[in-house]
Design a protein around this ligand. Structure first.
Ligand SMILES: Cc1cc2nc3c(=O)[nH]c(=O)nc-3n(C[C@H](O)[C@H](O)[C@H](O)COP(=O)(O)OP(=O)(O)OC[C@H]3O[C@@H](n4cnc5c(N)ncnc54)[C@H](O)[C@@H]3O)c2cc1C
Length: 488
């Protein structure tokens, strides 16, 4: 798509729920849309735990944004991490491997989401990965399946392998509950015949939270039900337990009565706490809009920023009316922003303030067990699980992804298999290796000048080498000297 001269330019930051649905809602508007995002895919975060536990492949929950938008003529996709937004100049600066791009806008929708929060202890991240991206899920898959391998090797030597077979999930919200339930199913069903020296059913799965209940946003009754179902699966639920330290071999926990104890465990998963994208701070500094403790920015009731009606912020980045950090808030907010942009272009009056329509929440505990809350309705067990299945099938992007996800669910839920158990060393150690480089991945690619210089060198030296080698090959063949000892 070439930007049309004089046409209204919309920039959308992010290709998650807010970014994608905002861009699609502008399909019929007389605007050019540039979606800038730091990944080339649209990520369906609610199913990340299924990638981490080998049920789904990453492709099924992260289709390419370019493909999704390929038929939307007025939209283009630009890969890049946004590092600056200049509200006065109305520009967005993004970077790929150290190479910057500046994009101008008339209207801006910021939907950059949130990241994991370690409550000021970012050093925990190295040992207890969160679950926010495909990288996170693949790393966790490597660590979880890897833990059983280490345990098998240790048991073969006669070592104590309890710490390898202990899995701790920190945070008893929906992600933590889903993750703990799936690891328990892996140990109890999927892997039970695969090892010779360990009994995978002896694995300990611990779900920890500083809060006094599981799934607080679901209320007391559903929280207690979820806890009961988890315990039936063999998950140890430890509440009122605050993690105070994490290292390679385990973590330290402080209980409500002040007792400090240590849990020896190689695999830790952090599913507690989110922090809004740091772009919120950039916007706050330029507008004076307040930030809450999680870094979410206070927006006007129409999702714009104070003094900047051309800038909308949606989804996990906003603090407005205690809205939860869920996909529907982002989707509905982005559609609202897109409609407001269309109204302005078509000279229609503005909409009423943004109103969130709560369509309900659900969390899956294991196969055939879930809890769901829709309006006043509270569902548990198979009924809630079927509802979960239907809703997720509707929201997974793309027909082919729906079909393959359904097949993989049949493999895992009707059978006991997991279709996606492949793990690699890079999956587990790639992130740690990149972190050790000063400039990250940018250190691994040459600068444009250096590239030209090395190419010129290649031209002069390598060509001579190749010509000499070819001449020698031809001579050996012509003289029938192949296979003849050099001494003879
Ligand atoms: C593991 C997990 C499970 C969840 N389960 C549920 C659930 O069951 N139900 C539910 O409703 N919600 C669930 N959520 C929450 C839901 O996914 C979020 O509320 C939703 O994704 C928010 O949408 P968003 O558009 O604000 O942000 P996101 O969907 O996170 O999208 C942010 C986008 O911005 C991009 N980005 C970030 N920084 C930059 C930058 N600097 N430059 C360019 N691009 C950038 C990201 O790559 C991404 O494309 C879950 C979240 C997680 C992590």
């Amino acid at each position: 798509m070439a930007a049309r001269e004089g046409r209204h330019q919309v920039v959308v930051i992010g290709s998650g729920f807010g970014g994608l649905f905002g861009t699609k809602a502008l399909k019929r508007a007389d605007v050019d849309v540039t979606m800038v995002a730091k990944t080339t895919h649209h990520l369906f975060q609610p199913l990340l735990y299924q990638v981490a536990t080998g049920i789904l492949s990453q492709g099924e929950i992260a289709p390419p944004t370019r493909e999704i938008l390929s038929h939307q003529e007025n939209a283009r996709v630009l890969l890049g991490e946004v590092t600056d937004i200049d509200l006065t100049a109305r520009t967005v600066t993004s970077q790929v491997l150290g190479r910057p791009t500046v994009t101008s806008y008339d209207s801006l929708i910021v939907a950059a989401g949130a990241s994991q929060s370690y409550f000021g202890n970012d050093q925990f991240a190295e040992f207890a990965p969160g679950m926010k991206s495909i990288d996170d899920a693949l790393e966790l898959r490597g660590r979880i399946f890897g833990a059983f391998e280490w345990a098998e090797m240790g048991a073969m030597r006669g070592d104590n392998v309890d710490h390898h077979l202990t899995f701790v999930v920190v945070g008893a919200g929906p992600t933590g509950v889903e993750m703990a339930g799936q690891i328990a199913e892996l140990a109890n069903r999927t892997l039970k015949h695969d090892f010779r020296f360990i009994n995978t059913r002896h694995a300990r799965v611990i779900l920890l939270d500083a809060a006094p209940q599981v799934l607080p946003p679901f209320g007391h009754r559903l929280g207690a039900k979820a806890q009961h179902e988890l315990e039936k699966l063999g998950v140890e639920v430890q509440l009122g337990a605050m993690v105070t330290d994490v290292d390679e071999r385990g973590l330290e926990v402080k209980d409500r009565d002040g007792t400090v104890r240590r849990i020896e465990c190689m695999t830790k998963i952090w599913a507690a706490g989110v922090a809004a994208n740091p772009l919120g701070r950039t916007l706050s500094e330029q507008t004076g809009a307040p930030l809450d403790r999680a870094g979410r920015i206070g927006v006007n009731p129409d999702l714009t920023l104070p003094g900047h009606p051309e800038v909308f912020v949606v989804g996990d980045m906003i603090a407005l009316d205690n809205l939860p950090g869920v996909a529907q808030v982002a989707i509905q907010g982005a559609k609202y922003a897109a409609k407001e942009i269309r109204n302005r272009i078509d000279d229609r009056p503005p909409q009423a303030p943004f109103h969130y329509h709560d369509k309900g929440s659900m969390a899956i505990i294991s196969r055939f067990r879930a809890v769901a809350m829709v309006g006043k309705l509270r569902l548990t067990g198979v009924l809630a699980w079927l509802m979960w299945l239907a809703v997720h099938l509707v929201y997974i992007t793309g027909f082919k992804n729906r079909v393959t996800a359904l097949l993989h669910w049949a493999v895992s839920f009707l059978g006991r298999g997991r279709s996606e158990r492949t793990t690699t060393e890079q999956q587990i150690f790639g992130r740690a290796a990149l972190k050790r480089l000063q400039g990250g991945a940018a250190d691994l690619v040459s600068r444009p000048g250096a590239y030209d210089a090395s190419r010129a060198l290649l031209e002069t030296t390598r060509r001579a080498e190749l010509e000499a080698q070819a001449a020698e090959e031809a001579r050996l063949s012509d003289e029938n000297r192949r296979g003849v000892s050099v001494d003879r």
